[in-house]
Design a protein around this ligand. Sequence first.
Ligand code: SAH
Length: 352
Amino acid sequence: MKQVQIQRWLKESDPKQLRSLFAEADKVREKHVGNEIHFRGLIEFSNICQRSCWYCGIRSQNLSLERYKMNRQQILEAAQRAVDLKFGTIVLQSGEDPDLDIDDFCETIRILKRTMNLAITLSVGERSFDELAKLKIAGADRYLLRFETSNSDLYKKIHPPLPSKPNFDRFEILQQLDELGYEVGSGIMVGIPGSTWDDLMEDLRLFQTLPIDMIGIGPYIPHPSTPLAKTVGKEFSNEDQPPNTPEMALKVLALTRILCPDTNLPSTTALETCDPEKGYENGLLCGANVIMPTITEMKFRGLYDIYPRKAGQNRLAEDLILRIHQNLKEIGRVPGTGPGMAPRFVHRTFER
Ligand code: SAH
């Protein structure tokens, strides 16, 4: 697709036109990743974070939030729920905890790999090459690290560097993850205050050129205890920047499917949060082929408070799956089996 066409699609608002874009993305999805929907069980094992990201509710400066960290037994019990639900993958996600004991965490991963037939995805923030290598050797298969926005000035503002880690560059880490043999996931938030249409164009270009196999795209959702929430609608005019609406995120999702046909694309929790009745289904109809329901123990869910009213806080994964399964039949999709590796990862690995 030509740049001008992408630009035009990003600003398109005619429902009829948009239906044709979404239908095209759906066709590309079927051709390249098939009709299976892969479920990943999301285990939010700790909300301890040293960062002060302007968008995220678990930032260290949010002193009103009670902090938690699951122990090994609790992580293993959560993983067992994924096995019981017939999921092929778990995602272990947390804030960027500087005191995460990597050797101990590696042992948890080894036990998980020995006892359960699951692919393991990690999403634990910016880590050193040595730590990432240890985790890979312990058995981690995949790693998620969104670059959030390609606009480096905006990124530095909303994701302030730490004095202890001044030069941690997310793009460099994505390269390292690739070098280490991880299946790599990244992504963005759509409609970050201060982002521009050109930034979105660059995000889409990077999706095509970075060594990434999964791309998470969700609308930015303001969290009242964060600095960024205070700027929404005040500092920036809507003409200059893409809105943080579900429709905008769906357009970016559909374009991503067309531009990166063999990647795994989740229908994100942020989409479901904006439309709790059919947010996931909307994503599935615009190119997505993955859903990551939370299977975190109920008592911790509310504390992984990255943004308000996050979908799944009071809902059992069983109930969500029931709903999705009922709707799947209508749209000709089937629940996935096995780990659900991205074809792009297979292609990249062969091309090495
Ligand atoms: N500490 C890890 C995991 C963060 S949570 C890391 O930094 O990689 C996972 C994702 O949630 C983030 O990458 C971000 O894209 C998304 N997120 C955080 N706050 C959000 C918000 N207010 N609105 C929408 N998405 C948000």
